[in-house]
Design a binder for this molecule. Sequence first.
Ligand SMILES: C[S@@+](CC[C@H](N)C(=O)[O-])C[C@H]1O[C@@H](n2cnc3c(N)ncnc32)[C@H](O)[C@@H]1O
Length: 210
Amino acid sequence: MNKHKSNNIEKVLHDLHEDAKKDYLRIGKGIIKAAFRPIQPIDFENAYLPISKPQGFMLRQLIIDNQFKNVVEFGTSFGISTIYLADGVRQTGGKVITTELIDSKANRAEQNIAKTGLQEYVDIRIGDAMQTLKNHTSPIDFLFLDGWKNLYLPLFQMLESQFHAGTIIYADNMDMAGTKHYGEYVLNKKEVYNSQFIEGGKAMLTACAA
Ligand SMILES: C[S@@+](CC[C@H](N)C(=O)[O-])C[C@H]1O[C@@H](n2cnc3c(N)ncnc32)[C@H](O)[C@@H]1O
């Protein structure tokens, strides 16, 4: 890929991060919709809820430094994190499988990824990750968890048999209550997982030893 295309990826990411700055309005509307019932993913169908730029740079660099090829993402939203992951696997010869519950969000992600020219590195699966990744039977080098928080643990456990020595799991939003059981499970399994909190406790990076 030439420098022109790389610049284009950065430009698309810049524009998406700028648009995502208006999320506070979209999140507010979502919370109002859910005033008398528990919040659901559909309440945030118009919100990016993205990772930050430094987190994106880190995801991409982790893939490149470790030469990861098989990358799985839980929670595509409008594709900001997916673009960082895809730009990583572009440089390692790999592929990203990403999954998004809400059709309209997955469609927007597809359009955003197409603007970067990285679509050949991405397989977007629309639906509940517990279903779309159910039959995933190939090794996972890198797992990025950023979907509905109470699914971190069941999804992790469903995919755990595909991890190998050197697999890295990046879990975002570890400061949210819904991720508690995931954190406890991974931190207690010290013989297999070595974890550290990053981003001031917002995220957790876990390396698999076996
Ligand atoms: C925090 S956002 C992801 C942000 C994205 N990773 C980024 O940084 O640009 C979480 C996304 O997970 C999706 N999601 C929630 N539950 C899901 C499920 N069961 N399966 C797949 N996606 C889900 C939501 O619809 C939402 O778009």
